[in-house]
Design a protein around this ligand. Structure first.
Ligand code: BTN
Length: 289
């Protein structure tokens, strides 16, 4: 599928129309739009290191039409061509005085993914699921990813940058060759192109709603919704752990801090017979459903 024509409302990210469509209280009310930047996450993190201003950056969004050095998880790059996709980072300052060890912190990436998956499936009717912890999939192909990075500002406030990259209209044949079999776009799945403005307005609304809920009431009320959206659960998976190496097992459930509870089955891990392993940070591959 080819890219959109250069001047169509689909290829053009209309910032006035976006701001007029916002239904949020804070998310996106301060919006920095850059036609091109290296990485919106890097921009948001740099902003947070500037000396404090009078206004809180909570909800501030850095949005770009393309990135020249988009950052993915595990040090990967994020393919970020212009005129079709979404690349944005939201600054979240959970609570004045919150520390970096708050119990709900580990849920931020998971509930961000839940908000995005809910929004995209409602907007498009496509079956968007979450691969633990926060990959967005359609039919087992990667539609988008989320990179959450935590920092402390010069006045010692804890802040989180939620960076979201979504393949909306970009041409699949423009992706690096090794990624083509495993990625998809909304346009490829639906057979039509999408206006990014209403999608982004709703994404910001859903993200704000989930984050407010998390910060005020904690994770309990959203865990079941996450489980239902998470296509990893019940699947045989291969996880690559930093210290224990590659382990195979069945994704059993989600633990109290958002970790993946894995029933280990791999013969290559005799030291872990039939144990329930708590996986907190790993590369997960779905093998069988
Ligand atoms: C992943 O590897 O799955 C996470 C990808 C996150 C990409 C987004 S695009 C907007 C924001 N800016 C970045 O540099 N990365 C994130």
């Amino acid at each position: 599928m080819g890219g959109p024509a250069n001047d169509s409302p689909i290829s053009h990210l209309d910032i006035d129309r976006l701001q007029a469509s916002l239904q949020t209280h804070a998310f996106g009310r301060v919006l920095h739009y850059l036609p091109s930047t290296a990485s919106t996450n890097a921009d948001a993190l740099a902003y947070l290191q500037q000396p404090a201003t009078t206004s809180t950056p909570h909800g501030m969004v850095v949005l770009a039409d393309c990135q020249t050095a988009g950052r993915g998880r595990r040090g990967r790059t994020w393919h970020s061509p212009p005129q079709g996709n979404l690349y944005f980072s939201v600054i979240v300052v959970p609570r004045p005085g919150a520390t970096g060890t708050a119990p709900w912190l580990s849920w931020v990436p998971l509930f961000s993914a839940l908000a995005v998956a809910d929004c995209l499936s409602h907007q498009t009717g496509l079956p968007v699921s979450v691969k633990w912890p926060n990959d967005l999939l359609i039919n087992e192909k990667k539609l988008g990813g989320i990179l959450c990075e935590q920092t402390t500002t010069p006045d010692r406030t804890m802040a989180i940058v939620i960076g979201i990259g979504l393949n909306i209209n970009a041409a699949l044949n423009g992706f690096p060759e090794d990624l083509r079999p495993v990625v998809t776009t909304l346009a490829a799945e639906a057979g039509r192109q999408f206006d990014r403005v209403p999608i982004l307005a709703d994404l910001l609304f859903q993200l704000e709603r989930r984050m407010n809920w998390l910060f005020l009431d904690g994770p309990a009320g959203m865990v079941d919704e996450f489980r239902q959206r998470c296509s990893t659960l019940g699947k045989t998976v291969r996880v690559t752990l930093e210290k224990k190496g590659i382990i195979q097992g069945v994704a059993d459930s989600i633990g109290p801090d958002g970790c993946l509870l894995l029933r280990v089955t791999s013969e290559t891990s005799p030291a872990l017979p039939s144990t329930l392993l708590e996986v907190r940070s790993a590369e997960v591959v779905h093998l069988r459903g």
